[in-house]
Write a protein that binds this ligand. Structure first.
Ligand SMILES: *Cc1c(COP(=O)(O)O)cnc(C)c1O
Length: 452
């Protein structure tokens, strides 16, 4: 360990409280310090080169080191580093970005409310959908239905909409007026049902929940097209069509949380286009700026905007809503994704290749299932492929993640599920490298747990 790394680790221990971290465990071990990045690779302070299989946190869609984004930020900072969108003012970057997003979004979604993050976007939808019903004289339509193990951010409202029980256990969540139904996680929860049967069964819970609460009490249903942080849960093919049928029968809004799926992750601009969903609101963030600078927003359907237009002041907003520098970076980022054909190439070439190669992992003795869509994928680590029995109490996911880091690959562990979401610019040769490393790390993990 270099003196420099030790210095930074000491700063971490003495002064930093890290997100989603057991502080004491981190202090014992020392943080890995990442110092620079280029393309799909990171370098740590010890000089190790690491293939970033997670695109940071699902966000660096165009890859690291894009000078155009740096230029866009610098130019905007010189021109107008800050102004706000409150009280009947605006500035060109936010307006041009709103137009650009509307052009990419599903038909009939032509307005954007900007926020600083995905969590703030989900806080915004809670207030916006409740206000939408109140304006129409139905203030009792308040309840929002989410899903267990969904992820919608870490603020009070975001964490409440999400269904992470570990998050609910801290800080008195969920807030009132949020309900949850089961997730479409066939491998983990489908038992003896076929994926199709299971998909219909969990979708039908939405109908049951609406009937139980009364449709006159339900404001909206929120879901990620593909759950990300929950473990890349790709729903069975029967799931979304059934949910659409149920939504069509009830007068409630549908919120598709596109924070991960948006901006090319599935090979379409939005996950809603991949699954042919018809959302009324779409929270966005992450890939919007490829993570170069924080920004989020909510894309809103025309029918919702028409109601909000009658509602007087919407008393909600953030100092940094539509920040001009973030908006300029987002515009440059969307231009790269579109003009370089990155989203089109994901769909036609690199995603089919990644998914084909990723399925090869299913042959490994540790892997019970390999699944994925576009540029997200997961494997389930099991002791017994037939019975889906797990290695209990061994934290096998964290062990595997550690081997990955040691061997130059970032794969994230969600319990016993290993997941990837690489930058969209990853090349076929780099996909081969990712797979080779993944096989090596699975071998090392198996060797460690065999016989236990
Ligand atoms: C990351 C994420 C969020 C929260 O975004 P932040 O920018 O971290 O606040 C919300 N929804 C989904 C689906 C996410 O993956």
């Amino acid at each position: 360990m270099s003196k420099q790394t030790e210095h930074w680790q000491a700063l971490s221990r003495d002064h930093h409280l890290a997100p989603f971290t057991d502080f004491q465990a981190l202090n014992r071990k020392g943080a890995r310090i990442v110092t620079r990045a280029e393309g799909v690779y990171l370098w740590d302070s010890e000089g190790h080169k690491i293939l970033d299989g997670m695109a940071g946190l699902w966000c660096v869609n165009v890859g690291y080191g894009r000078e155009e984004l740096v230029e866009a930020a610098a130019r905007q900072m010189r021109e107008l580093p800050y102004y706000n969108l409150f009280f009947q003012t605006a500035h060109p970057p936010a307006l041009e970005l709103a137009q650009e997003i509307a052009a990419l979004a599903p038909a009939g979604m032509n307005h954007v409310f900007f926020t600083g993050s995905g969590s703030e976007a989900n806080d915004t939808v809670v207030r916006m959908v409740r206000h939408y019903w109140a304006v129409q004289g139905q203030p009792e339509k308040q309840v929002i239905i989410g899903r267990w193990n969904g992820y919608h951010g870490s603020t009070m409202a975001g964490a409440s909409l999400g269904g992470m029980k570990g998050m609910h256990a801290q800080g008195g969540l969920p807030i009132p007026g949020i309900e949850h139904i089961d997730q479409p996680y066939w491998y983990g929860e489908g038992g003896a049902l076929s994926p199709e049967e299971f998909g219909v069964r969990v979708a039908d819970q939405l109908e049951e929940k609406i009937r139980q609460l009364g449709a006159d009490k339900v404001a909206a249903f929120i879901a990620e097209p593909i759950q990300g942080a929950g473990g890349v849960i790709v729903p069975p093919d029967s799931y979304w069509p059934r949910i659409r049928e149920i939504l069509a029968r009830h007068d409630i809004l549908f919120i598709a949380d596109e924070v991960i799926c948006g901006f090319g992750r599935t090979g379409e601009w939005f996950g809603s286009q991949y699954y042919d969903l018809r959302p009324d609101l779409m929270p966005i963030a992450k890939g919007l700026t490829s993570g170069y600078i924080p920004m989020g927003g909510v894309v809103v359907r025309d029918k919702v905007v028409e109601v909000l237009n009658r509602g007087g002041e919407f008393a909600h907003g953030f100092t940094y809503s539509g920040h001009p520098v973030a908006a300029a970076v987002a515009l440059a980022n969307l231009r790269i994704l579109r003009d370089e054909g990155i989203v089109a190439r994901v769909k036609a070439q690199t995603a089919p290749y990644l998914q084909r190669r990723w399925r090869e992992l299913a042959a490994h003795p540790l892997v019970g299932e390999a699944r994925g869509v576009g540029m997200v994928a997961a494997i389930e680590l099991v002791k017994n492929k037939e019975t889906r029995e797990r290695y209990r109490g061994l934290e096998i996911g964290m062990r595997c993640r550690e081997h990955c880091f040691q061997n130059g690959l970032v794969m994230r562990a969600v319990g016993d599920t290993m997941i990837i979401a690489p930058p969209l610019v990853i090349s076929p040769a780099q996909i081969d490298e990712l797979l080779e490393k993944a096989f090596t790390c699975l071998d090392l993990t198996l060797k460690e747990v065999q016989g236990r």
